[in-house]
Structure formats: C-alpha cells, structure tokens
Design a protein around this ligand. Structure first.
Ligand code: CTP
Length: 406
C-alpha cells in the first residue's frame, strides 16, 4: 500500500516515543521509505539505533550534523517527503509548528517542507485540554495540517483521560487511507473553475431564542467543497447550521436563513461554473419573526408559516452556462421525487438518496446515492464515505462540463 512513498517520521520527546518504533516498523513493512528525525528529548525515551535499524535509514536529530557535504539534510528530507508524520507530537512541538519556530532539525524541516503534514499528539490530559495547546492545534488545522486525535485511557502520568497517542496500527491505517484517497483525485479536473457549494441546514427564526431547522450535519457539502478544491477549483462554501467547523483553507461564509443563503449564492452566481446545492434548505419560515421572546399563553399555539425562496429553482430558471447539481433527500419513492426535482428545478444532475437507509443520510459519514440526469440514471453508487461520493460526483460533473460526456 505504501510502496514508493517517502515518509519523514518526526519523533518528539514524550513517553509515547516508544510507540514510534512499532509505527516505524509497520510503515516500513507496508513498503514506505521512512526517514526518522528525532528531537533531542525523544532520544531520552528511545535510541537512534532502534529507529535506524527499523527504518533501514540514517536517523537525524542535529541540524548541523551534515553527513553528506553535497546536500543540506533538512532541505533534502523536506523535499523528498510525500508526507511528514509527527508521532508522537508533544505540546512543545505543536506550539513551535503553530508559531513557525525552527530551532531543531525537525521544526526546521517542517518549515521547509511543501509536503502534507500529519500530527499525532500525545501528552497529559490537562496539557491537551490547555487553551494554548487547543489554540495551536486549531491554527495548524486551519493551515491544513491533519490531526490524528489522541485516544482516551490511562496515561503514563497516572491520569485517565484524553492524551494517549493513537495506536500505531490506527495511525498506519490513517496514512494508508490518506494516500488511497489522494490517488482517487484527478488534480486538474476542475482547474480554473469557480465552484459554489451550499451545505448544512438553514435556520428560520421564530423569536430570539427559538428557530426551525433540520438534521443536516453539513458533512456532504463539506466533503464536496474539499474534493472540488483538490481538483483545482476556486471554491466558495456557503453553509447554514452544521455539526462541525467548515474544512480549513476554504473560503466559507456562514448564513442562517434560506433567504440569507440565496443572497450569498447570488453574489457568486454570474461568474460561477458549477453550483452544488447540498444544503437542506427550509421550505417554510415563520410568517413573522418576533423581536421578543414569545410568552406562553393557552394550551394550543399556531405558528403561521410562509414559503421560503426555492434557491435551486431560481438558479435553474436563470441558468446561462452554469452547471447545476441539486440534492434530493427522500424517505420513499426516491427515484420518482428525484427525477421530478431535476426537471422542476432545471438541474444538470440530481443526487438522490434514501435518508432512512442504513449507511446513508444526514449525520452519517457514509452515503448511498444515485445520480440522475435528464436521460435517467447516471450512476448508482454503493455505500461509500462522503469524501468518496464527493470525488465521484465531481468527476461525473467535470466530465460533462468539459464535454467529455454528453
Ligand atoms: N432547495 C433550495 N431551496 C429550497 C428548498 C430546497 O435550494 N427552499 C434545494 C436543496 O438544496 C436541494 C434541492 O433543492 O438541492 C431539493 O431539496 P428538497 O428539500 O429535497 O426538495 P424540495 O423542493 O424542498 O421538495 P420536498 O421538500 O417536497 O421534498
């Protein structure tokens, strides 16, 4: 799985450094060319010789220990890496990375590398929860660093809680998945295209403390935004209420109501090439939003609702060159409703799913979708991660936009 991949494994000074031996061995067994950089604190816990024997490569720890005069070691390693993996990553190393410090071989290599970076933190539960550490991790995530969350359990310091480095087997699985995912992406497929993605659920206010929303988690739209960026597009993500923060590094705008979402989409509409409406938009909103909290009266209460703007339908009516993809989340008669929406809203593709099916729907990490165009079924996808669905869907769209498929 990992043959041909060069992985720079950074080992920093925490007790979990002993697990780096097993991690290094497993990565090497999978075929990766592993080059270890240790901090001087890591050497208090594990020897260079151990990691050298397991990786079959020289281990580096001193920036100035240049063994080959024809190269600068930290630049050579930074350039050669397909991935830099820091495991375990101490609070100190995470802090240095977040603030761009470079006072040892590992932090210097990290500043010099253009390769993707993965970090597996390991530390005491209180250190992990400290606002400074949390903020530093947030900064790194915003920059696109991939975090492998620590597990919970008994820590070497005696505390029970979060901070234990993820097990080597699981880290290897994350690394393998990362490379497998990367291979599915065709990088230039949406190069030069402007893509607008809507995601999450809208919020329609009843009064200052109450609103109407839905179960959308935003995961599907976020996956599409990430995949579109990987394929080279300029991506604008407009999202309502979601379970998690939008993916790092994507131009995102948070909105509340269907009307706010419509206005936000219109700002990008004229010069955009592709719009994907994965958001779950409210069909009705309260006829009036009370500016003060509505007080309880009588046993019954009636709330008058009026129709919201159907964003997709409006876009479909005003379409010039834009390629339009809608979603149809259904609980029954999926195909009938999906085809009806495709025609009614003048979409180029509609992505239908039965939200009641196992492995599909709002909060799930996977989905089972069927893609339709005006001629009928284009593709029935099996159960797949939302990231995989996103890549496949964008590939289908790009082929049509580029004229490869009619
Ligand atoms: N949609 C929209 N604006 C709305 C309602 C829906 O843009 N006010 C979009 C959704 O983002 C989705 C598609 O239309 O891409 C289908 O949404 P869905 O809620 O399944 O369809 P509705 O037209 O609302 O039909 P129904 O609720 O009757 O199933």
């Amino acid at each position: 799985m990992l043959s041909g991949k060069t992985i720079v494994l950074g080992v920093t000074g925490g007790i979990a450094a002993y697990k780096a031996a097993s991690l290094c061995s497993k990565l090497t067994q999978k075929g990766a060319d592993v080059h270890v950089i240790m901090t001087s604190s890591a050497k208090q816990f594990i020897t260079e010789l151990t990691l050298q024997s397991l990786s079959k490569n020289a281990v580096f720890s001193d920036t100035f220990d240049e063994r080959d005069p024809s190269v600068v070691s930290h630049i050579r390693l930074a350039d050669a890496a397909d991935l830099v993996l820091i495991a375990p990553a101490t609070a100190n190393m995470i802090g240095k990375m977040a603030h761009g410090l470079a006072d040892d071989m590992l932090s210097t290599t990290l500043l010099a590398t253009m390769a993707p970076v993965m970090v597996a933190p390991a530390m005491n539960v209180h250190m992990y929860g400290h606002p400074a550490v949390q903020e530093n991790m947030r900064i790194l995530e915003q920059r696109g660093v991939m975090m492998i969350e620590p597990g919970e359990g008994l820590l070497a310091c005696g505390y029970v809680g979060k901070g234990r480095m993820e097990e080597p087997e699981s880290i290897v699985a994350v690394v393998e998945r990362y490379f497998a995912d990367k291979e599915q992406v065709k990088p230039g497929l949406l190069q030069g295209k402007k893509v607008v993605v809507t995601s999450g659920g809208t919020i329609e206010r009843i009064d200052p403390v109450r609103y109407i929303t839905n179960d959308s988690s935003g995961k599907m739209g976020f996956a599409i935004a990430k995949a579109a960026r990987e394929m080279g597009a300029a991506v604008y993500l407009i999202h309502g209420h979601t379970d998690t923060a939008p993916p790092a590094g994507i131009d995102a705008e948070a909105v509340q109501s269907a009307d706010d979402m419509y206005q936000a989409v219109l700002k990008h509409w004229q010069d955009c090439d592709l719009v994907i409406k994965a958001a779950a938009v409210a069909d009705y909103r309260p006829a009036e939003t009370s500016s003060s909290k509505i007080k309880k009266k009588g046993d019954m209460m009636t709330l008058d609702l009026v129709k919201t703007v159907d964003i997709l339908e409006q876009l479909g009516k005003n379409k010039t060159n834009q390629f339009l993809i809608g979603f149809a989340a259904e609980t029954h008669d999926v195909e009938v409703y999906a085809k009806d929406k495709l025609v009614r809203k003048n979409c180029d593709l509609i992505v239908a799913n039965d939200v009641t099916a196992e492995g599909a729907g709002f909060r799930s990490d996977t989905n089972i979708v069927q893609v339709y165009d005006a001629k009928g079924l284009v593709e029935q996808m099996p159960v797949m991660s939302k990231d995989e669905v996103a890549r496949r869907l964008l590939t289908i769209a790009a082929e049509r936009m580029n004229g490869a498929v009619n």
